[in-house]
Design a protein around this ligand. Sequence first.
Ligand code: HEM
Length: 140
Amino acid sequence: MSQVPNPTEGAENAAQTPYALLGGDAAVRELVERFYDLMDLEPGYAQLRALHAADLAHAREKLYLFLCGWLGGPSLYIERYGHPMLRARHLPFPIGIRERDQWLACMEQAMVEQGVSDDLRQRLRQAFFQTADWMRNRTA
Ligand code: HEM
């Protein structure tokens, strides 16, 4: 698969994109901030946290830029850095089922805490699963 799976299918206009439904730029930023705060704080995400640098500032900025476009908003990541090549960029990190599931649980918790509606959360959960599973580079 050469393209990152994304959740924008079925969004017939800009008002229906997950980006708009979430609440736009500020909401995406807040979601990403909460995601990395939780990764830093919660013992349940320790193995996921251990794969990241001590300073999460770089990861926070890149995920925010990426998610804006992935959710159907402005293509901020591509404008700055070109094609994300997300799977290749994750190859240096051993990602198995445990790491995938910690990433997904951390994002789910962040979405719940940010008050993302049940409908939107369900839609995004599926798209995040496809993307995170596609990033897996270990069988276990
Ligand atoms: C499946 C489990 C995942 C693990 C273990 C993981 C881990 C990581 C790590 C360690 C980094 C490097 C951070 C840094 O440079 O400090 C990174 C970068 C990144 N991750 Fe993930 N990630 C996962 C899933 C995802 C998913 C599902 C997405 C998108 C929906 C994503 C988007 C990104 C982006 C955009 C970057 C920045 C890439 C760049 O350097 O330009 N990751 N990830």
